[in-house]
Design a protein around this ligand. Structure first.
Ligand code: ZN
Ligand code: FE
Length: 255
């Protein structure tokens, strides 16, 4: 399986998986980018996966489905371009013969889902939409901090070598905040150098990996003493794990 990030809009990625003949895409906010790619590579689009209802993830779905007949899969609880197959956590689908598991990850939106696969002979894959970014996490538009903390915990429990396919190129700005939280984290410092040089060459910083995110992403590190200490300097009332996570999110929003 070949994995390709198709850049769209300012900083979105539409992830494409293909086997040389058949393709699926995740969160196609813009149909033109996908039409161009399937024509250039000579692929047949068989499936469209959607993680949540925001327009930068769904805007191209109807045009792509109408033109290709691809089957659309999306969350059970959100408003979606119909018709589609609606999914919830625990469901399994097999587009392109690849077994994909659905994970409920409410927080950014109330019904946000993620897709996880273990392709034969390759590192696992996670399509997490706007839930987890490299060095960051999605804003809480509809869900609560408690929900998001549980959702991120599910993703952090995946194998360390899982390739994390986020829907936005937010890594560089996420890292500036992450450094403010953990100025002495060596993994963070060397990752920031790596990201700087990738972005200078206009290359994607993604996919990331679960192992890397656990080492550098403050939103996956709110159980650690150093992060808790930093968060309490921002908000001394951040006491329990949910309080610390909520205060970290507020701090990032104001940063
Ligand atoms: Zn979104
Ligand atoms: Fe988005």
């Amino acid at each position: 399986m070949n994995l390709i990030p198709l850049p769209a809009f300012n900083d979105n990625y539409i992830w494409m998986l293909h086997d040389g003949q058949r393709a699926l895409v995740v969160d196609p906010g813009d149909s033109h980018v996908v039409f161009e790619a399937i024509q250039r590579l000579g692929l047949r689009l068989e499936a469209i996966l959607v993680t949540h209802h925001h327009n930068d993830h769904t805007g191209g779905v109807a045009a792509l489905r109408d033109a290709t007949g691809a089957q659309v899969f999306g969350p059970l609880l959100e408003s979606m371009p119909e018709p589609l197959k609606r999914l919830r956590g625990g469901d399994v689908i097999e587009p392109l013969g690849l077994r994909l598991q659905v994970i409920d990850v409410p927080g950014h939106t109330a019904g946000h889902i993620a897709f996880y696969a273990e392709p034969v002979g390759q590192a696992p894959l996670l399509f997490c939409g706007d839930t987890l970014f490299s060095a960051g996490s999605g804003r809480l538009f509809e869900g609560t901090p408690a929900q998001m903390l549980v959702s991120l915990g599910k993703l952090a429990a995946l194998p360390d070598n899982t390739r994390v396919c986020c829907a936005h190129e937010y890594t560089a700005s996420g890292l500036v905040f992450a450094r403010a939280v953990e100025p002495d984290n060596q993994a963070l410092i060397s990752y920031q150098d790596q990201v700087r040089s990738l972005r200078e060459q206009n290359r994607p910083t993604l996919p990331s990996s679960i192992g890397l995110e656990k080492a550098i992403n403050p939103f996956l590190r709110t159980h650690l003493a150093g992060v808790i200490r930093a968060v309490r300097q921002f908000d001394p009332d951040a006491l329990d794990p949910v309080g610390v996570f909520a205060a970290l999110r507020t701090w990032k929003n104001q940063f």
